[in-house]
Design a protein around this ligand. Structure first.
Ligand SMILES: Cc1ncc(COP(=O)(O)O)c(C=O)c1O
Length: 412
């Protein structure tokens, strides 16, 4: 029987990525959760933008400026369709997922919170989806509450069930853990939240390029992501916000392009989304982002998810056969994505990553900006291999070899 991932020739797709031909001679790139490699179509779109299309966005009346504005707004529509948002006005281009979360924390939560209120996050959040809430809660006399994890690292929602109450103003939750690869049951959380009309922000940095993401079926109020983790350029991301929520949000950045009238001592903001995009927009970033989204959409996020799960499952099995290797998170399950964190007894993860690097295997080591999760796992850091659809079985074999090599060199 043909499965979703068999119907796509992923080995052929690998050829779309110039780095595997013209980059370092041996590159087993297993760090896509940090940032992904870029296909030729994205590189070409950015190149074309600067060669033929570059002009000021929303700021000129001559043809080049008008077509730059049109292209930028078309890119917004591509992102709207990519996440099935009801309107392009609900897509705000930001510098990153991090900036998008900070916009909601400073612009929305700061107004919404009163002393005694609560914001809920989980113990597996990236610092980008933790620190902005920690600060706004501290400043407003509110509490930051943390959904606990069970022993396998999954959200312990049984405990959270009765916890979201009438003082809860927001739940901010990651869709996919950047350490454990766990896919969180966001629909279940939004259902629980809806009982008390609690808004939910979804950090989709590790999901939107790897699995189908539909803001209407997730039923979330805000969703954020970065282009660079989904084959797109650096320096651009987005915030999706329900219209109703965006109208309650103050802009984070003030300046050109976001204001309608500047009076002597007050000002009237421009309409949404311009209100939230102060300064000259990142045209090449937006165009590259839209091409990346279209490229991923053409492959299909269902087959991509399946391919990445299969690669991670194969790596999971191979690594778990090696003495002294601990893999974090639940055993393979449909609730895991292509991210795998592990340690080797008695060996520092930085040493694993360094020796792997010397063998052409690019993995990450550290706390992955998830110190609260590291405390739960009872380790200061882990090694992490993260798979993208452009990886293959050779990359897994090289990873396994690098782990054996590390053990041999460091005598574990
Ligand atoms: C789950 C998660 N959220 C947020 C971020 C922040 O993304 P960015 O650095 O692109 O803003 C990351 C980055 O690793 C992440 O993995």
């Amino acid at each position: 029987m043909l499965t979703a991932s068999d119907s796509v020739d992923f080995d052929a797709l690998r050829k779309d990525f110039p780095i595997f031909d013209s980059g370092p001679q041996t590159l087993h790139y297993l760090d896509s959760a940090a940032t992904s490699q870029k296909p030729r179509c994205v590189i070409d779109a950015i190149d074309l933008c600067y060669r033929n299309q570059y002009g000021p966005v929303h700021r000129g009346l001559y043809p080049l400026a008008e077509s730059a504005t049109e292209a930028y707004e078309k890119a917004r529509q591509t992102i709207e369709n990519f996440i099935n948002a009801p309107s392009p006005d609900e897509i705000i281009f930001t510098r990153s997922a991090t900036e998008a979360i900070n916009l909601v924390a400073s612009g929305w939560a700061r107004q919404a919170l009163e002393a005694g209120d609560e914001i809920w996050v989980s113990q597996m959040e990236h610092h980008s989806n933790y620190l902005p809430w920690q600060r706004v809660c501290r400043d407003r006399g509110a509490s930051l509450k943390v959904i606990p994890l069970d022993s396998s690292g999954q959200l312990d929602l049984d405990k959270a069930d009765g916890l979201f109450g009438n003082r809860t103003r927001l739940i901010a939750i990651t869709h996919v853990s950047n350490v454990l690869g766990i896919v969180n049951p966001v629909e279940k959380i939004t259902r629980l939240a809806s009982v008390n009309s609690i808004p939910v922000l979804v950090d989709a940095a590790q999901s939107v390029g790897h699995m189908p993401v539909d803001v209407q079926s997730l039923s979330c109020d805000f969703l954020v992501a970065s282009a660079h983790k989904m084959c797109g350029p650096g320096g651009i991301g987005f915030l999706y916000g329900k219209k109703e929520r965006l109208t309650q949000t103050e802009p984070l950045l003030l300046g050109g392009g976001m204001v309608d009238q500047v009076l002597a001592d007050t000002s009237i903001w421009a309409e949404i989304p311009a209100r939230f995009e102060a300064g000259s927009p990142n045209l090449a970033g937006a165009l590259g982002f839209a091409v990346a989204a279209a490229y991923i959409e053409e492959i299909g996020r269902q087959p991509i998810a399946k391919r990445e799960q299969e690669l991670a499952a194969t790596a999971f099995e191979a690594l778990s056969e090696i003495d002294g290797v601990t893999i974090y998170g639940p055993e393979n399950s449909p609730y895991r994505s292509g991210i795998l964190s592990f340690n080797i007894d008695g060996i520092h993860p930085h040493d694993i990553a360094q020796i792997a690097g010397e063998h052409g295997v690019a993995i990450r080591a550290g706390h992955h900006c998830c110190q609260p999760l590291m405390r739960h796992l009872n380790t200061p850091s882990t090694a992490r291999a993260s798979f993208s659809f452009y990886n293959n079985k050779d990359d897994i074999a090289a990873l396994v070899m690098a782990v054996h090599e590390t053990k041999k060199i460091l005598g574990s």
